[in-house]
Design a protein around this ligand. Structure first.
Ligand SMILES: [Fe+2]
Ligand SMILES: [Fe+2]
Length: 163
């Protein structure tokens, strides 16, 4: 669980880095993205600590998520700000499902981890709401775009559990 969550939070920081590289920092959307990115930094820092404290091997795919995350962020931002928001919409939809499943699997086995996942999940859902407030659903080809990104997330999650 820690390996895949660490990979996901790392990927999130790379997506937002790619979006901010394209959008700069001046628009309202960029401001919102920067705020979400700061939260992803905190999520990643927490999972960095879990990796160290519990001796978990990070995914070997990290160099790929580094590039793929940034590319996804940059590509969606190049389409439009609303497409960048649709990317967050798609990613957070899958992450919410992923964290919900983990919390069910954890039960009361690991209260420390469960508390962090509960908090992060709430923040991811807030990102989803913010993305929709900023017009994610008005992005060009929203169903296709989010469908593709969601499928990519599911593949990335399964691979990061195993490799
Ligand atoms: Fe996160
Ligand atoms: Fe997020």
């Amino acid at each position: 669980m820690i390996r895949v969550d660490h990979a996901g939070e790392f990927g999130a920081t790379r997506i937002y880095a790619g979006q901010l590289a394209v959008l700069g920092k001046s628009s309202p959307a960029a401001h919102e993205i920067a705020r979400m990115a700061a939260q992803e930094d905190r999520h990643l820092a927490r999972f960095d600590r879990y990796i160290a404290e519990r001796g978990v091997r990070p995914t070997a795919l990290q160099p790929i998520w580094n590039v793929a995350g940034f590319a996804l962020g940059a590509a969606t931002a190049l389409i439009s700000e609303k497409a960048a928001m649709a990317c967050t919409d798609a990613v957070e939809t899958e992450i919410d499902k992923h964290y919900r499943e983990q919390l069910e699997a954890l039960g009361d086995h690991d209260p420390e981890l469960a508390a962090d996942i509960t908090q992060f999940r709430a923040e991811e859902l807030e990102h989803l709401d913010k993305a929709r407030e900023h017009g994610a659903e008005e992005a060009p080809a929203y169903p296709l775009l989010t469908g593709m990104i969601r499928a990519g997330c599911r593949v990335a999650i399964e691979l990061s559990k195993r490799i």
